[in-house]
Design a protein around this ligand. Structure first.
Ligand SMILES: O=C(CO)COP(=O)(O)O
Length: 253
């Protein structure tokens, strides 16, 4: 089974209209990379519409979060349907910053993943251990629990991407060892196979996120069961993001 690598940029709470100029270079690089790699930008909600317009036909656009409901009295929230309406095809759910800043539980994340599917968006479901959990040797236990509770029934390779983001590696410049990344990704693939069957598990892309930079992208993206990256800080500069995409081995079919 060949999985098409996905390199995704999560701009988090960064980006004003004037930063949309970065998208020109990203769109050009996506066109040059061809179909062997998929590129995705998840800007803040205010820029989703403009981003999808600028990247149309070249790279995908996603939201960073969605509410579980389609519409209603939820001041300040946006729904998966609203993201789809302005051209998004992906939405990140369960990012550790949502889990900590907004006390999102695995159950909430699961409801959001279902909402994404309802709106025909693919859900990028984030999992990852904290520093304390890492140091206590609990990484695989935490990943197992988060996968069990955050993923709805009905996962397919088309509707779901899993992102492994160790919380202690996000924005810190620290990354796990290669062995730790491979162990986590192998474990995620095995856990998906146990619940959804081998065919589905082989089709779901598993991204690594946490301090991915041009300097370490080639090594990380070449690892077994690493099907792309979810990039934070380094996705804000087109030059860095494009360098990361270029370091990604493309699928050949
Ligand atoms: O949280 C991340 C992507 O979702 C990773 O962020 P950094 O690449 O800034 O470490």
């Amino acid at each position: 089974m060949t999985r098409r690598p996905l390199v995704a940029g999560n701009w988090k709470m960064n980006g004003l209209l004037r930063q949309l100029t970065e998208l020109e270079a990203i769109g050009a690089a996506a066109a040059e990379a061809g179909p062997g790699i998929e590129m995705l930008i998840c800007p803040p909600a205010t820029l989703v519409s403009a981003t999808s317009g600028l990247l149309f036909g070249k790279a995908a656009t996603g939201g960073q979060d969605c509410h579980a409901e389609a519409s209603g009295a939820h001041t300040g929230d946006i729904s998966a349907e609203m993201l789809a309406d302005v051209g998004a095809t992906y939405v990140i759910v369960g990012h550790s910053e949502r889990r900590s800043d907004h006390a999102e539980s695995d159950e909430t994340v699961q409801a959001k993943a279902k909402a994404a599917w309802r709106a025909r968006l693919a859900a990028i479901v984030c999992v990852g251990e904290t520093r304390a959990e890492h140091e206590a040797g609990e990484t695989l236990d935490v990943l197992g629990r988060q996968l069990r509770q955050s993923l709805p029934e009905g996962v397919t390779g088309a509707n779901t991407v899993v992102a492994y983001e160790p919380v202690w590696a996000i924005g810190t410049g620290l990354t796990p060892t290669g062995e730790d990344i491979v162990e986590a990704h192998d474990f995620i693939r095995k856990t998906l196979a146990e619940r959804f069957g081998t065919d589905v598990a082989e089709a779901v892309r598993i991204l690594y996120g946490g301090s991915v930079k041009p300097g370490n992208a080639g090594e990380i993206l070449g690892m077994r069961n690493v099907d792309g990256a979810l990039v934070g800080g380094a996705s804000l500069k087109a030059q860095d993001f494009v360098a990361i995409c270029r370091a990604c081995p493309a699928s050949t079919s």
